[in-house]
Design a protein around this ligand. Structure first.
Ligand SMILES: [Zn+2]
Ligand SMILES: [Zn+2]
Length: 134
């Protein structure tokens, strides 16, 4: 299996997932807004052991005390999100995948931070916070 590949805009950082992600969502939280500079961010979740950097080394940023995000230091593309409390899991920025349409989201999270003019109307479940309620 070739795997599922993706990377940043400039091509300096490339990665591969060697199994399809287990979950896919759209996040409306303030941290995702700030780090991406975009009104929403979409993420797929995978086992960390299935995620491999295959080119380059991203920069790391703690967007909150227990969260580490990675991004390309050259072009700024956000790549991953990981929580200290979930060491076996990694979220990968859906739009950084080579085929971002392959894993459609199943829900929207953190609507409490949603920017008022962002409307999606796709009928998917919406959560005020995370889908786990915290
Ligand atoms: Zn880059
Ligand atoms: Zn978020």
């Amino acid at each position: 299996m070739k795997g599922i590949e993706g990377g940043c805009h400039c091509g300096a950082v490339r990665y591969r997932l060697d199994r399809a992600p287990e979950a896919s969502m759209v996040c409306h939280c303030r941290s995702c807004q700030r780090v991406t500079g975009a009104p929403i961010a979409a993420w797929v979740s995978a086992e960390k052991a299935r995620f491999h950097l295959i080119r380059g080394e991203p920069k790391r940023y703690a967007s909150s005390p227990d969260v580490e995000r990675t991004f390309c230091g050259g072009c700024g593309t956000q790549l991953t999100y990981a929580q200290r409390g979930a060491p076996d899991e990694i979220d990968v920025a859906t739009a950084s995948l080579d085929e971002p349409g392959a894993f459609p989201p199943t829900h929207h999270s953190w609507l409490e931070d949603n920017i008022g003019w962002v409307r999606f109307g796709d009928g998917l479940p919406e959560f005020r916070k995370s889908r786990f309620g915290s």
